[in-house]
Design a protein around this ligand. Structure first.
Ligand SMILES: [Zn+2]
Length: 319
């Protein structure tokens, strides 16, 4: 399991629905006595009270009954889905399903619009959620939103950006080096999934096994973050696994020394199961007797979150 988002907990009555989604099918119960479709799943028909129900596969097409946009995550784990487009969809069989809309801009959503199902795998055991998008959208009927799959997709985008030609800047060209200083950040790096397994490894390595990092059960009940969070120091060192695409390359130096950080802050938590990515900007360049010193601000964010989780002003001396 690599996500801390709450997942469906199938019961004896609802399990066929969740199992159907795992297999790529939308199924709902139908009353064999009167033909009425039943949802949410129950033991009896809510029209004629018969207990003679049968699960049937349906197309899953329908119309948007109502919706709302959530702009504040209900739990930190949902930061990467903001704004969530929560909806009630009325299937063509007449039943209504609570769900989320995907692949739609806010302006494209309208009550009564035609929708089609998208089965979204969200956990490595195949657990899937039933989501919906506009009937005319070019979105596959099955998608994979496990954190690992989303990170792999971001990896490709970052690789493309990193492969672009970079201009070379000589380390001892003071004017050119100072011209790199900017208020604007680079594009985003690749993404890394910070799951509980990784946090546990870091806890064991560092000796910091405080429950807020390592005890999901207790953290769910007692932590202000609604679950476990990564150590700030872990997120900081993960910067080594984030390749930030830069449009320049410093060249001509014999030696590059990492002097540490001018500033290191952890302004926002990284909930277990989050994806993180980073970007950077050159904050200052100073010519010293020993060489050229560059301060690079590297900010690491949970994907979708505006507040950085780590701010690191890294000081590098080129000699
Ligand atoms: Zn019935």
């Amino acid at each position: 399991m690599s996500t801390n988002k709450p997942l469906p907990m199938p019961t004896g009555i609802s399990a066929p629905f969740w199992n159907g989604l795992k297999e790529g099918r939308v199924t709902i119960p139908q009353c064999k006595s009167c033909g009425h479709w039943v949802f949410f799943p129950r033991r009896h028909c809510d029209k004629c009270w018969s207990q003679d129900l049968e699960w049937k596969e349906v197309k899953g097409t329908g119309t948007l009954y109502t919706y709302t946009l959530t702009r504040v995550p209900t739990m930190p784990d949902f930061a990467d889905e903001m704004p969530q487009k929560m909806a009630v969809v009325e299937l063509d069989e007449g039943v209504r399903i609570n769900t989320t809309l995907i692949g739609l801009d806010e302006a494209e959503i309208a009550v009564g619009m035609r929708l089609k199902p998208v089965i979204d795998t969200v956990a490595t055991d195949g657990t899937a959620l039933l989501r919906f998008t506009a009937a005319d959208k070019d979105i596959p009927a099955r998608i994979d939103s496990t954190p690992a799959a989303l990170a792999a997709a971001a990896e490709k985008a970052a690789e493309t950006a990193a492969a672009a030609p970079r201009r070379q800047v000589r380390f001892d060209d003071e004017a050119a080096m100072k011209a790199l200083v900017s208020e604007n950040y680079s594009p985003w790096s690749n993404q890394v999934v910070v799951d509980q397994a990784l946090i546990d490894e870091f806890a064991s390595l560092s000796g910091d096994d405080y429950w807020i990092h390592t005890d999901p059960e207790r953290a769910r009940r007692q932590s202000p973050f609604g679950g476990t969070i990564a150590h700030g120091a872990l997120v900081q060192v993960l910067q080594s696994r984030l390749t930030i695409p830069l449009d320049y390359e410093v060249v001509g130096f014999n030696n590059m020394v990492n002097y540490g950080s001018d500033r290191l802050r952890f302004p926002a938590p990284v909930p277990a199961g989050s994806r993180i990515h980073a970007r950077s900007r050159v904050k200052s360049v100073e010519k010293l007797p020993k060489g050229m010193q560059m301060t690079m601000e590297i900010v690491t964010h949970v994907v979708g979150s505006e507040r950085p989780s780590v701010i690191n002003d890294l000081v590098i001396l080129y000699m």
